[in-house]
Design a protein around this ligand. Structure first.
Ligand SMILES: Cc1cc2nc3c(=O)[nH]c(=O)nc-3n(C[C@H](O)[C@H](O)[C@H](O)COP(=O)(O)O)c2cc1C
Length: 324
């Protein structure tokens, strides 16, 4: 299937694996790219630029297909060494970067100077237009359903994607709530050029996370995510657990007086404990509502092949019949 996104990124299928903290390691990125999608290594999971360089090299040993690196620009006081990470990306021969969080304007000259294709992930049309105006090559439009940070506007993809299609000139992929061929075909119908998946890729054989995480996603329904940190305007969609319920209780009790320190125990330093050790109640971790659509743990190739073959059947079968 050829779309503006497959053409831009030089990939076979219009499917991207979004950056995921402590999930987007070389193994998963390589598996997605080898299956014809775009795999993305999560930059900041690597604690230093030198470690990112090593992770990129590890991934390169597993695939010669295009791979990307996610750079998340966090609203923190002590900024990570972003110039160092960009240098590791450039030196590692990476040609595609997924940016997220704050607007990437400050980093665009450095990325563009090295011919890097930038896909910016954002949750509003307003932010997408801004990203387009500073030279981003593509957008990943993350609806309210998404795992991770859905922003503060709460616009689901049924509205957000057609709105993006009406406004944007550059290609974009639909992100948030995407799981299968139906998601892909719907996204294409709403004007997107492909889809980005997070949560769905965690429940795959190659995702290098503890089996408890995959089982938790399988066991979850679409009712089992919660929004935390809304009072701090840093909303995150997470899978509910004892720690998340504690956060929500603290948020209710503290009201407008809440500060990050009140919940730091439940949200800081959690990912290695959950993703690597399988300690499912260690704290809050991102998960999308799409968990309700995930019922198996296929290999990445089985997943992508299934999506593409069912999408073709959907388009040439049911949809063609409806058009007759
Ligand atoms: C466990 C987890 C960790 C994530 N970490 C990041 C991250 O570090 N940076 C980022 O830009 N997005 C992150 N995301 C968001 C994903 O890249 C993607 O946008 C999102 O998962 C799409 O929604 P979905 O889960 O419904 O597919 C994370 C998502 C999950 C589920």
């Amino acid at each position: 299937m050829k779309t503006r996104i497959t053409e831009l990124l030089g990939i076979e299928h219009p499917i991207i694996q979004g950056g995921m903290h402590y999930v987007g390691f070389a193994e998963l990125a390589a598996a997605v790219s080898n299956a014809g999608g775009l795999g993305i290594i999560t930059g900041l999971t690597q604690k230093t630029p030198a470690l990112l360089a090593r992770e990129i090299a590890r991934c390169r040993e597993m695939t010669d297909k295009p791979i990307g690196v996610n750079l998340t620009f966090l609203p923190v006081i002590e900024s990570p060494d972003y110039p160092g990470y960009v240098k590791a990306i450039v030196d590692g021969g990476i040609r595609i970067v997924e940016t997220a969080g704050n607007n990437p304007a400050k980093w665009m000259p450095m990325l563009k100077e090295h011919g890097i294709t930038v896909i910016h992930k954002c949750t509003t049309v307003r932010h997408a237009l801004k990203a387009e105006s500073v030279g981003c090559d593509a957008l990943s439009i993350d609806g309210f359903e998404c795992g991770g940070h859905p922003g503060e506007d709460d616009i689901p993809n049924m509205i957000l994607l057609p709105r993006a299609a009406d406004e944007l000139k550059v290609p974009f992929v639909a992100s948030g709530g995407m799981a299968d061929a139906r998601s892909l075909v719907a996204a294409l119908a709403m004007g997107a050029d492909g889809m980005n998946m997070g949560t769905r890729f965690i429940a795959t054989q190659e995702a290098p996370v503890h089996g408890n995480v995959k089982q938790a996603i399988l066991a979850a329904s679409e009712l089992d995510t919660r929004l935390i940190m809304r009072p701090l305007r840093n909303t995150e969609r997470v899978l509910t657990n004892a720690a998340v319920e504690r956060v929500l209780e603290i948020e209710r009790a503290q009201g407008a007086h809440i500060s990050f320190e009140d919940i730091v125990k439940e949200v800081a330093g959690v990912y290695p404990k959950v993703m690597l050790d399988g300690d499912m109640d260690a704290g809050a971790w991102s998960c999308g509502m799409v968990a309700g659509l995930i019922h198996d743990i296929p290999t990445v190739k089985e997943l992508i092949d299934r999506i593409m073959s069912e999408a073709r059947t959907l388009i040439s079968g049911r949809l063609r019949e409806l058009a007759a």
